[in-house]
Design a protein around this ligand. Structure first.
Ligand code: SAM
Length: 329
């Protein structure tokens, strides 16, 4: 069996890496309610360590890396690291997920480093509500960041919207309109129960089907044929739209059977499943001077430990302790 195929015949080709647990926003739904515990700087993997992990990952068949956080753009010297990551042999794609606050000033450099695909998280188009959700008055920065990303030439630009009842469900048609007017792929993400100490409640959850039927009052949604870089999003487009609409339905139609990913936390733990706290430590072996062969074995262990499916649910709530901010989204 190929080194990146797990016991359920899934081929693992994708690694999401949290480069920091720090963020310049304080999104209420992402952070723990009580205690925001941050790692000591010494416990965060250095860029050199992350590059070693990426190299080993390519040896087990990882071909795509997405850099996330925390907020990746707040980590010092991120662009130099990005440039190195984009040059790792056999890596076909490096992308980033950002809240967009620093995107306007960094878009050109990110593109120059070799990244072409970018995801920007934006849950509201209302600046006042944005400040309420994130604790920061940065809506305009994100908005200008999106336009700069477009001007620089990123494609696709995905706008990730976590759908939360009572928070942004009154704005879904505005996001629909955005996908028509601008070349953005607006993706509605089901609000997931991640971590025991968060604001998630079943009443706040909205299924993709409910969102989709609401959007049809805007106009018919046409299915878009899947392509090579597609993740779990089901893709649609409004008539004559410049962009698209996507639905990521981790609860209502979980995509565990086609899950192709592992995560690396900022603290150096390989996580086989977003929803489960089982983790393989790579930081300790790295700091004990382990070889690329050893790292490769740790990847194979993480791949072997991927569960068949997650057990989080609307009635069940979260199955893991750590919140999204601590894992890396
Ligand atoms: N700072 C970057 C950003 O804002 O995109 C990367 C990290 S952030 C944790 C990654 C994504 O996770 C964001 O789109 C955020 O909205 C999403 N997220 C956080 N908590 C979530 C939850 N409980 N359910 C679904 N998505 C969540």
């Amino acid at each position: 069996m190929a080194p990146n195929v797990d016991q359920y015949s899934r081929r693992i080709t994708y690694l999401r890496i949290s480069v920091t647990d720090r963020c310049n926003l304080r999104c209420t739904y992402c952070l723990p309610v009580k205690d925001l515990k941050l790692l000591d700087h010494a416990d965060i993997l250095s860029y050199e360590e992350i590059l070693k992990v990426i190299q080993a990952a390519t040896h087990v068949g990882i071909r795509k890396v997405r850099l996330t956080g925390g907020e990746p753009l707040v980590r010092r010297n991120f662009i130099d690291f990005l440039t190195s990551a984009c040059r790792v042999p056999n890596l076909e794609d490096v992308s980033i997920t950002t809240n967009g606050v620093l995107l306007k000033e960094r878009a050109q450099e990110i593109f120059g480093a070799g990244v072409r695909r970018i995801n920007v998280s934006l849950d509201t188009l209302n600046p006042t509500k944005y400040a309420r959700i994130t604790g920061r008055e940065s809506f305009q920065d994100v908005w200008e960041g999106l336009q700069e990303a477009e001007a620089v030439g990123f494609s696709p630009i995905k706008v990730n919207v976590v759908a939360i009842r009572g928070l942004n469900d009154d704005e879904f048609l505005k996001f629909a309109e955005l996908s028509v007017r601008r070349p953005y792929y607006v993706r509605f993400i089901e609000y997931m129960p991640i971590g025991h100490d968060t604001q998630w409640k079943p009443e706040k959850y909205i299924s993709s089907d409910e969102i989709r039927s609401g959007l049809e009052s805007y106009g018919p949604l046409h299915k878009v044929a899947p392509s090579a870089h597609d993740g779990p999003a089901r893709r649609y487009r409004f008539e004559s739209a410049r962009g698209e609409i996507g639905f990521i339905s981790a609860l209502s139609r979980h995509f565990c059977h086609s899950c192709n990913r592992l995560r690396l936390t900022a603290g150096g733990k390989l996580r086989p499943c977003l929803f489960a706290d089982d983790e393989v430590d790579v930081k300790t072996p790295l700091r004990d001077g382990c070889s690329q062969e050893d790292l490769k074995r740790l990847f194979q262990e993480a791949i072997a430990r991927k569960p068949m499916e997650h057990h989080a649910g609307i009635a069940e709530g979260a199955e893991c302790l750590r919140s999204m901010s601590a894992i890396g989204g």
